[in-house]
Structure formats: C-alpha cells, structure tokens
Design a protein around this ligand. Structure first.
Ligand code: AMP
Length: 520
C-alpha cells in the first residue's frame, strides 16, 4: 500500500516524501483511514511500529482547516514522559512542515512563563504530560472545551506510573463530542476498562510488536560478585566493538554514580534519569543521538520509548526487576533486522529475577566468563533472603561493606511502586482468597552444582544463536497473558477511579420472548 492511498492531504504526503518514507507501516495502514473518517481508535502497538505517525499524520490533515483561539487548544496529546512528549512534538514539526499549525509542549522541568505565552497565542496541537497540564489548568491558563481530537499514548505506561486519576480528571474537562485515539503496547483488563470508558464505538487496530529482539540480538550474562560489576562492564566495553550503547541501572542514584565512574576511567559517557532538569536531559539525548556521547547510562523510566535507532549494544548493569523490562531494554538494539548485542551483569542475589526472564523469553541467557574475574554463583532464594534480612544488601553477598557511594539505595517512588504495590495488593486480598502456603508455587530449589549452567565463550554463544525462529504469535499471546496476570496496577492511592467501578462490557439485553416467537 502507498501513503497516497490512505486519504492524507497533499502537503502531508509531501512531508512524508521529504522524510524518505516509502510505505506506511502496518499500524499506519490500519489506523490512518479510520482517524481521517473521524472514528475513535483503540490501537494496540508499541514504540518502534510507527505508531506516532499513525496519529500525527492524520491529525495534521484534520487540523489543517480551522483556527485555534487563545488558551483553547484544538487537540490534545497526553504522553507519560517528557521525552516521549518531545518526540511527538518533533514528529509534528517534521510532518507538519508544509502547514502552519501551531504547537505547544507542556512538560515539567521547564518554566511556566514560556508555555503560558504560547497558549495565549492559541495552539492547534497541545502535547503534554498529565501533571503539567493539570497544573496549568488549575491556574486558569488553559481551557479544554475546544478539544476536537484527544490522544492518549502509551496508556499502559500511564497506568504503571499512576497517571490514571489525572487522566480521568483531564477527560472530565473535555467536550463529550470529540474524537479519541487511545494507544497502548499491551491490553491488560484495566486498560480495556479505561478504553471502554473513554472511547465511543472505537475501531480496534492491533499490530505485532517489532521483530522479537532475541532473534537479532546476541545475549549473554556475566555472573560476578556485586563489587566486580564495574570491572566486568569496563572489560566488556573495552573488548566489544561498541559504537553506542545504553547502560541500564535499576536506580536513578546508580545512574549518576556509574556515569561518573565510567568517565573517570576515560569512557565517553552521559547519564539520563528522571531527576535531571529537563534542559540537561534533552541536551544529553541530543549529544547521544549525534554521536558526541557514545555511552548513555540510564534508568528504565528515562529510556522507555525513546526513539534512538541503531544501538550496537545494550548493557544491563543491573538485572531488571521486571522480566518485561529485560525485553524492552534489549529491544533497543538489533532493530530493523540489524544485529545487536546485549550483556547483563548479574550478581548472586539475582537468581530469581534471572529465572523470571528465562521463563518469559523461553530460553536461558548464556553465561560467559571474564578473564581475571572470579565467577560467582546464584544464591538460592532462602540464602538470598537470609542475606538480605541480615542487613547485607544486594551488594553485600560477600560480607565486605561497599563504599558509601555504591550502597544500594531504595528505588524512588516511580521505580519501586510496582513491586510494592503488588505486595500491597496481595495483602489487601481477603485471607481466604490468598493462596494457602501449600498452594503457592514451590520455589525453585538451588540447582545442584553440577547441573548449573556452564560458562561459555562468547564465540560459542554466537554459534548457537542460529536457532529456529520462535513462534511469534504464541509468544505474543503468552506475553499478553502474563501481562494480564502480572502487570501491577499502581498509583491510585486513596482515589478509586470511576472507570474501575464500571463493568467492562454490558451484556446485550435479552430478546423479549414474545417477539422472538413472532419472528420464528
Ligand atoms: P514510533 O513507533 O512512532 O516510535 O516510530 C519508530 C520509528 O519509525 C521512528 O524513527 C519513525 O521515524 C520511523 N517511521 C515511522 N513511520 C515510518 C515509515 N512509514 N517508514 C519508515 N520509517 C518510519
């Protein structure tokens, strides 16, 4: 199919041609005609599928006629993070370059004054994170009753980050008669309920996630003692042909510490995490995209959804707490059929998380040894728990205390919430609903030493990688099932959003008996 067959205006088509796109992606092919017809759309697609253009392109065509009034934007796009909001703004600039649409980006970390001035001049497209939008609304700087097109992007991420009550408030200020486009990478029941509440008779479009990372990504894991992880990372950075890489840490604090450590060892490294001021975040991201910085140490929250293509490597300095995040992280490399390499640094306390990842990706990540570094073994869960409860943190499995700066910090609210919430939810279940001790899944016992996975050379891992392709559909189904089971709902606090109290779908009314007998 060609872009010209989708019904987009000539100026948008010109911008697409300038950008060099030859064919719409599946989500664009499916969603654009419905958006242009004014229908609500429920899109199940993740970043990397061309999802942003699937709503920005038709919105430009729709908004091309008409003018915005002061403080009354004509369309609103909600994004969970500042970076994603900035990326969407960039798309509007690229695809809308032959139009005169005005746009405002309302994100935290920037001064209100400029943003308010922009709103006063009238904007066609308003792109915002929920918190900042509510702030400006409450100050009376903005009115939402002229919104014609409303987009909620990355809805599942919004749910994870606790933004749903904010979004409900925002939706309550929008006109009832509007077009709503709702995108989410996954569709757990909470998201479905939310979609049912916000959308009116939507067209549902679903596309497969981009090529499963494990098909094009060489994965390997190094299991060392916590205090050897930096040395192991430096070894990998020196021996691998690293053009550019994301290095993921689980905590913001560690991002800054690791970046400084890498710099002091002569590496060209930047940092990206949620506590940095916005201007610095943008500056660092730009420098990384231009190749002025080759290593970007980051947290999941900061890196999620960033449109950075063609990474040669991903390093997990920490094993991610959620197995899903592992897939997201390593999916940053090996995109568009190119090969990529992903290394994970595990410590003895990470056995449980590594098993969860193995179950999700249906394979074990090969363990490799690093010359000159003592290999470690995973502790059993009991041992790990005992180690922790004796106050020996993640970095303490060998007993000797790490320097203060390296000590593990409690994850901040954003990052620790899912796990805490899961525990809290379990606590909230009535006692009889909780699985009895006997019913709970038997914890994996520590493998006897001789059965443990042997360390391999990287070359052996490469050779073995020529495995048959996985059954993608089955994998997607399983991932979705797991999402439904595991995805934590967080961040409602004391507020119970209205959509949670509504049933997901109303059953169709039963036919009256008389009528059916007449018809029969
Ligand atoms: P997204 O899923 O919106 O994050 O888009 C992922 C990447 O795909 C972005 O770098 C887009 O510039 C690019 N892209 C979007 N649509 C197309 C297309 N039709 N052809 C080629 N690349 C595209």
């Amino acid at each position: 199919m060609l872009f010209s067959e989708l019904g987009l205006g000539p100026d948008v088509l010109r911008a697409i041609e300038d950008k060099g796109y030859t064919q719409p992606t599946p989500i664009q092919e499916q969603a654009i005609p419905w958006v242009l017809q004014g229908r609500d759309v429920l899109g199940c697609a993740q970043t990397g599928t061309g999802k942003t253009a699937s709503f920005t392109l038709p919105m430009i065509s729709i908004l091309a006629s008409g003018r915005a009034r002061a403080r009354m934007p004509r369309s609103l796009i909600l994004e969970p993070t500042r970076e994603l909001a900035a990326q969407v703004a960039e798309s509007f600039e690229t695809y809308g370059k032959h139009h005169k649409l005005s746009m405002a980006l309302l994100i935290g970390g920037e001064t209100f004054t400029e943003q308010v001035k922009r709103l006063d001049r009238g904007v066609d497209v308003l792109i915002a994170t929920p918190g900042r939008l509510i702030d400006l609304f409450e100050r009376g700087n903005i009115m939402l009753n002229d919104i014609k097109v409303f987009v909620i992007d990355e809805a599942d991420r919004m749910l994870d980050m606790g933004f749903i009550p904010d979004i409900e408030r925002i939706v309550s200020k929008l006109p009832k008669l509007r077009q709503t486009l709702f995108f989410s990478a996954t569709m757990p029941p909470e998201i479905r309920r939310l979609a049912d509440a916000f959308l009116s008779n939507p067209k549902e479009v679903t596309v497969a996630p981009p090529a499963s990372p494990s098909e094009t990504v060489t994965q390997a894991m190094v299991l060392v003692h916590e205090e050897d992880k930096r040395k192991a990372l430096r070894h990998l950075l020196r021996t691998e042909d690293v053009k550019n890489a994301f290095i993921f840490c689980n905590r913001k604090r560690d991002v800054a510490i690791l970046q400084k450590s890498l710099e002091s060892h002569g590496f060209n490294a930047g940092a990206l995490h949620g506590d940095m001021v916005q201007s610095k975040r943008m500056e660092t991201l730009e420098a990384f995209k231009k190749g002025e910085i080759t290593l970007l140490v980051c947290s999941d929250v900061a890196a999620r959804g960033l449109d950075v293509q063609g990474l040669s490597h991903v390093f997990n300095f920490d094993v991610p707490i959620s197995a899903e995040d592992y897939v997201h992280r390593i999916g940053r490399t090996g995109r568009a059929g190119r090969s990529g390499r992903a290394f994970t640094l595990a410590s003895p306390l990470d056995g449980k998380q590594v098993s969860a990842i193995g179950r999700l990706i249906k394979r074990e990540i090969p363990l490799i040894a690093i010359d000159g570094l003592e290999s470690a073994e995973f502790l059993s869960e009991d041992e790990a728990r005992r180690g922790r409860s004796r106050g020996r943190g993640k970095d303490k499995e060998r007993g000797d205390r790490a320097p203060r700066a390296e000590r593990a910090e409690r994850p901040d609210r954003e990052e620790r919430a899912p796990r805490e919430e899961r525990q809290a939810r379990e606590e909230r279940q009535p006692r009889e609903e909780r699985p009895s001790r006997e019913d709970r899944p038997v914890r994996e016992e520590r493998q006897p030493r001789e059965e443990r996975q042997p360390r391999e050379s990287l070359a052996a891992v490469e050779n073995r990688r020529q495995e048959p392709r996985r059954d993608r559909d089955r994998d997607r189904r399983r991932r979705r099932d797991e999402d439904e089971d595991d995805t934590p709902v967080i961040g409602f606090g004391d507020h119970m959003p209205a959509f949670m109290l509504r049933s997901a779908r109303r059953p169709a009314p039963a036919e009256p008996a008389e009528q059916s007998s007449q018809e029969g």
